[in-house]
Structures are given as C-alpha cells and as structure tokens.
Design a protein around this ligand. Sequence first.
Ligand code: URA
Length: 432
Amino acid sequence: MRQVDIIIKKRDNIELSKEEIKFMIDGYTKGDIPDYQMSAFLMAIYFNGMTDNEVFYLTESMMNSGDVLDLSQIDGIKVDKHSTGGVGDKTTLVVAPICASLGVKVAKMSGRGLGHTGGTLDKLESIPGYDINLTEEEFINQVNTINAAVMGQTKKLAPADKLLYSLRDVTGTVPSIPLIASSIMSKKLAAGADAIVLDVKVGAGAFMKTKEEALKLARLMVSIGNKFNKKMTAILTNMDEPLGMAVGNSLEVIEAINTLNGKGPKDLNELCILAAADLILEAKKAKDMDEAISLAKRQIENKEALMAFAKMVEAQKGDKSYILDINKFEMPKYTIPVEATKDGYVEKIDALAIGNAAMYLGAGRQKIEDNIDHSVGIVLSKKVGDKVNKGEAIAFMYSNKANNELEYDMILKAYNIGNNKVNPKLILDIVK
Ligand code: URA
C-alpha cells in the first residue's frame, strides 16, 4: 500500500477500505507519513466527505491508536458526557454531581479550553488544589467510591486525534463533519463509558452554524456510538448566545455552584437537568424520563448534588470549602460595567465574540501553551429577550488589566439591540 494512492482515491471520491484508513492513521501516528501527505488527505476528506463506513473505520483506527480504558472494574453502568465546545458551558460541573448523588457512575475525561471555548479542566483548576492528573487506578477507585471523577485526558488516549487535530487547526480542515465526529467519538470510545450524552452546539459560537449541519453531526456520532454498543443521546443546543451568564473559569465554577444551590440561570439549569436525566435513565436509576427529571431536580433541592460536588473536589485534593462558600474565590482587581448605548431588546449576543473577549481578558488561551488567569472573565447581566435601557449595564468585565478598551468594545458589539422581543429556544432537538 502507498499513501499517495490512498490520497488519490480519496481525491477522486472512491470509498476507502478499513485497511487503507488504518494504514493512514497508523502510519501518521508512528511518524511514517509526513504532514504534507496527511494534510492533502484531510483536505480531500474536507471536500469529498466520507461514507458512514469510512467514518466508522476512521474512528476505530483513531480510538485504537492508543489505550482504550477498561472500566470493567467499576460496578454498574458507566456514563460520560461531551460538549462540542461552547461559550459559558459549565454543564459538566452540574451534571456530574447530580448523577453521582444518585449512584450513577460518572467516569469523565475532559480537555482544556482553546480559542473562544473554555475547558472543564481549566474551570476545575480554579478551585485551589484540584488535581486533574489521576492514574487510571486512582480514576477507577474514585468512581467506585464516590461515583464521579473528572480528570485530564491521558497522553495515551487517542494520540492520533491529538496529532490530527493540531494539523487540522493549521490546514483549514477543522470544520468537517466526518473529521469532527471521528475526533470526538474516538476519544469518547477510548474513555470506556457505556452511555454517552453529547451536547451538540449550534449557532454563531459553535462549529456547526445551522441546525441542519448539527443534526448531521449528531446523527453520525450517535450511529458510531451505537455500532460500538454504546447508549447514545445527542442534544442539540443553541449557541447563538453564551450558556448561562458567566464566561471565565472561576466565574463559571461560581455559577455552577449557584446552580447546584438551586439559583442557576434558567437556560443552564434546563440543559443540566435534561442531560443529567438522560444519564440517570440510561443508568437505570429511573423508570422513565419524567421520573429521571424529577430525581435530578430533587437532588438540587435537597443539596445532595452540591455535596457530591464537594466530595469530588475533596477526592481530587481540591479545597472543598470553596464549594460551600463562593466568597472564597479570589476576584480580580477591576469590575467594569459595559453599558448599553440605546434602548431596546437584546435580539442576539454573538457568543464567539464574548468568548474571544473573555480570552483577551486572560480567561482563555490562543495557543495551548499559554497561561490563563482563572479569576477573570465576563458576567452577562442581559440575555436574549431582555429589555435594556440606554446606560444600563448589559455585562460586567472582571479584569486584572487597567486598560480593557478592546474587550469593552468587543462585548458592546456582540450585543444586537433592536425592537424585537425574541423568545430564545435552548433545546433545538434530541437525537437517540
Ligand atoms: N472537538 C473535538 O474534540 N474535535 C473536533 O474536531 C472538534 C471539536
């Protein structure tokens, strides 16, 4: 087999075999196939797409490029969740504790934030002491004892994806449905859970800009998971505005804690209850979705989910007193209101621009090796559908920099204020 022949076949839109795809992935992971050939291959996939069989073989080869976790030592049904990447998305910090408090086993590996999207690991690390580096044995023991662990992805998990993602990032081949589906699913399958809920974001702040594209991606990922005997659900959610009010690491942890205290923003609360209920049902802790939803809500009301979060933080060497008292989180030097320049209703908030403004304030990184400031970010005070008066604060910037003109302007421009009172819908569809 020669790589150039496989590239030509893909260029000419002829279906590749399992062996040919495996040859490309194994060869690239070992360093036998150079970047220029893999770049051409990725671009051919970008333009010609892939058949379902090709995506399945690609996912399988990427999954098998490293370790596949064996979670059989954990009793019961293991669950996991994944979001395709959004702004203000702190759902894991709420969903995992709700599930754990009901005895659902949450074994989750998360990533860091890049660009305008935040990462769960960065958020967790804003809790002093929180250790994201567990060994496989520690991870399994923790899930067995307190039902939940959220750790960093190990280097040995789907290494082909790490290499391919870096190459896609610099070759214009990230926004390809087969490449996104295989990237996400190879990692999820290697992480070993039995049931997976996927949050597929749709809108300006997401990879998928339209509901049609997002549905295609969701159906593809669900079918890949099903082929590997995983119980799959994909929830399509609106990313035409940030999720919740807070964007930035400790600000988002605070919002997650408020949600676990029953005081969360409406949209965040709605999504967390739905995602948790799906996993509760898949883990057979409820007889139907109605009961699963009631249980999820009850665990917030009785503070059991909050206690489960404190337990998880403590188990991973974090200071749990922060979970019980949010005033302990360090606040940055400056809190700056961003004021509306006219009267009207918020019609749209560009989530991508808000995510980028938070990144420039220091909450996110442009390159994976950049340092971040956990304390800074943005808290929106107006969401889509809200009425605003000229001069009123639409958002607050939390910053350690004296000069924040650029970020101020970005936030102001991210808000579309007009005469129409829009009623935003968060949950756009569910694919099973
Ligand atoms: N998230 C991933 O893990 N991979 C992609 O390709 C896109 C989003």
